[in-house]
Design a binder for this molecule. Structure first.
Ligand SMILES: [Zn+2]
Ligand SMILES: [Zn+2]
Length: 328
């Protein structure tokens, strides 16, 4: 496992390597560092906050989370269901609160991530270790293989969606407003919270925490957990990540069947998955339709594997992960 003191000891040499190679992404490095400094500056405000603002921060966690999971991930990146204009507009607003780059750019990177997982062309290649997959990838310039892979794929469906293009046009100012300022305006006008207290708690601290919750999908859910659906892949079933990321931690299933709108084998009664619940509720209200599932494909595969097992066909064996190989 890569969360060893060695990983931290390696940080100066990794920084010096990228410094010499000229591969540090300075604007993003400064931005992500500032996000953390502002969130740390917000911690002293936590004891001062009204209970309505605490509740508001939780609401913003879940809505911004759904803007990522039900929005840019399951709808725009994977097209696992269809949403009407109203739902797409709401998801775009919630996605802007999450402030993780525009829907267009997020979906582009994510499609490349699925096609080239755990290779140089994967934007957050988990074979480069926990920190790189989690947030280190944002600090360095993209590998040339990622840029080349991005040129190969087709994103015309994103360009054809006026809601996606409107948000892209307003990026980054609208997202910065929705992430930091809007939460403070709502809290100060509706229940008289001090503007800056709400800015730091419901804005800065909540934003930074939700960023890490999302990043755990790329780091923890690519490194730790079970592999019942595809033993050869890195992505794993990670219930703790699912708790943080509103149901997005069932990642072994998701990489095997990325077109499945549930992004998990079972329903939300047995696997924590508020995002599936939300899409199901939207379908009941007539706002979502054509929800794709992969349980049929999985059940057919199970029958085939059972037949192979009876016939003595050897099962595929995963290569040991880097942290499972004993270091000299
Ligand atoms: Zn993944
Ligand atoms: Zn995905």
């Amino acid at each position: 496992m890569d969360l060893s003191p060695k990983m931290f000891r390696e940080i100066p040499s990794v920084i010096s390597h990228h410094w010499k190679a000229g591969t540090i992404n300075w604007p993003m490095s400064i931005y992500i560092t500032l996000v953390h400094i502002v969130a740390l500056a917000g911690l002293p405000y936590l004891p001062l906050v009204k209970k309505e603002t605490v509740l508001w921060s939780f609401v913003l966690w879940w809505t911004s989370g759904l803007g990522i999971t039900a929005g840019v991930h399951r709808l725009w990146s994977h097209r696992s269901y269809k949403a009407n204009f109203t739902l797409r507009f709401i998801l775009m607003l919630w996605n802007s609160i999450a402030n993780q780059g525009s829907i267009y750019h997020w979906a582009r990177d994510h499609r490349v991530h699925h096609k080239y997982s755990e290779t140089d062309a994967d934007p957050h290649n988990a074979t480069r270790g926990f920190f790189f997959a989690h947030m280190g990838w944002l600090y360095v310039k993209k590998h040339t293989a990622i840029v080349a892979a991005g040129r190969e794929l087709n994103f015309s469906d994103l360009a054809d969606d006026p809601i996606v293009m409107l948000q892209k046009k307003l990026d980054p100012w609208f997202a910065l407003y929705m992430c930091y300022v809007m939460p403070a305006q709502v809290a100060s006008r509706l229940w008289g919270e001090d503007f800056w207290t709400a800015f730091f708690v419901a804005g800065a601290v909540r934003y930074c925490v939700v960023l890490h919750f999302t990043w755990f999908v790329n780091s923890a859910a690519h490194l730790y957990g079970d592999h019942p659906y595809d033993p050869l892949s890195y992505p794993a079933e990670n219930p703790i990540v699912s708790l943080c990321a509103v149901g997005e931690g069932w990642h072994n299933w998701h990489h095997k069947y990325p077109y499945d709108y549930a992004a998990s084998e079972h329903g939300w009664t047995s696997q924590f998955n508020p995002t599936k619940m939300f899409i199901d509720a939207a379908a009941m209200l007539g706002m979502a339709k054509e929800r794709k599932r992969a349980t049929g494909a999985w059940n057919m595969g199970k029958i085939r594997r059972e037949r192979d097992r009876k016939n003595g066909v050897p099962m595929p064996k995963a290569e040991p992960r880097p942290w499972e190989v004993k270091r000299e």
